[in-house]
Design a protein. Structure first.
Length: 335
């Protein structure tokens, strides 16, 4: 237990370090002394103060929140379905959000403030509602296999809709904006998005942590969980609703960012163990650190141009995940 607490402490200490680096690094570098002076109320150059308060801080905080949400939800989904390859987008949430955002952009409704995140959120809710309706049996219970398969099928359907809208947009500005949104980006970060996602995280995250012990029991199998006094189907509904709400809001403000919800819980499970009472907060902290650093890299590697953050997470995440799978296969073969 002391070992896991040490890891939580280390991850917690690295979060402000990552946030600080993200705040001072970018196309325009800001001295660390200016950031410290701003926080302690001392005079700061007006340009640097504007960049920090209106551009950098909302962005790095939103990156940390989105990364934490995706990793937290990934840990829950992997435990819920007892599958290390599960991620927050398993139920078609990302494809629904992308189709919703694409429709808003194609109809030129993005001239209105908040239209794209709202369209993405509506797409998320619609996708999950359809998946839940298909997977629900006549006894008002959810079938695991139907959930996963309907999520995959619906993701393909929404992806086809997005591809059609992208083809319809041609080489216009709308198409370029849609592609950038599909690949994930935090360029539109605002304080309102930060506070909105933080509010959802506090509520839904508290629900997830409240049922962390029950999630441990579910990992032993549904029959064993039932013997311990847990209703697996009821628990699954509660956790899926919380995960859906968190993922939907995160995708709505950042686009589709892959691999964070898949890799971070997988790695931290190897480090801190499978106890979800520790794994869930550790995953949230790890995801916050990873996405904040990836966003900083996306803003600086080709400055003043900016890369979609989804490219960075895929370039870093995919090879590492393949390495983990290969290593696991070799260890399994040697036993």
């Amino acid at each position: 237990m002391r070992h896991t607490k040490s890891w939580l402490g280390l991850l917690g200490a690295l979060v402000p370090v990552a946030l600080g680096l993200g705040a001072i690094l970018g196309a325009v570098s800001i001295p660390l002394s200016d950031m410290i002076a701003l926080f302690v109320g001392q005079p700061v150059d007006s340009t640097n103060a504007f960049i920090l308060l209106q551009i950098r801080l909302p962005r790095v905080l939103l990156a940390a929140l989105v990364g934490g949400v995706l990793a937290l939800c990934g840990a829950v989904m992997q435990g819920l379905f007892r599958n290390p390859l599960a991620d927050p987008y398993l139920l078609g949430i990302a494809s629904g959000a992308t189709a919703g955002a694409a429709l808003v952009i194609a109809l030129h409704l993005d001239i209105y403030w908040g239209a794209v995140p709202l369209g993405a959120l509506v797409g998320c809710v619609l996708a999950v509602a359809i998946v839940y309706r298909i997977a629900q049996t006549r006894w008002a219970q959810l079938d695991n296999y139907a959930l996963i398969l309907s999520g995959v099928a619906l993701a393909a359907l929404f992806s086809a809709i997005t591809s059609f809208l992208l083809f319809y947009s041609g080489a216009s500005h709308d198409a370029r904006r849609l592609i950038f949104w599909i690949l994930g980006g935090l360029g539109g970060a605002q304080w309102l998005y930060v506070f909105g996602l933080l509010g959802v995280l506090i509520i839904a995250g508290a629900v997830l942590m409240l049922f962390a012990r029950d999630l441990n029991a579910l990992a032993l199998g549904e029959e064993m969980a039932a013997h311990l006094g847990i209703e697996p189907r009821h628990l699954r509904k509660i956790l899926l609703v919380a995960v859906t709400a968190l993922t939907a809001v995160a995708v709505a403000v950042s686009g589709t960012i892959g691999f964070v919800g898949l890799i971070v819980p997988h790695i931290l499970r190897l480090i801190v163990g499978p106890d979800h009472r520790v794994l869930l907060p550790a995953s949230a902290l790890g995801g916050a650190i990873l996405l904040t650093l990836c966003d900083t890299l996306a803003r600086t590697v080709l400055a003043p141009a900016e890369l979609p953050i989804g490219i960075i997470t895929a370039l870093l995440g995919a090879p590492f995940f393949l390495f983990l799978l290969r290593r696991r296969a070799q260890l399994g073969a040697s036993l």
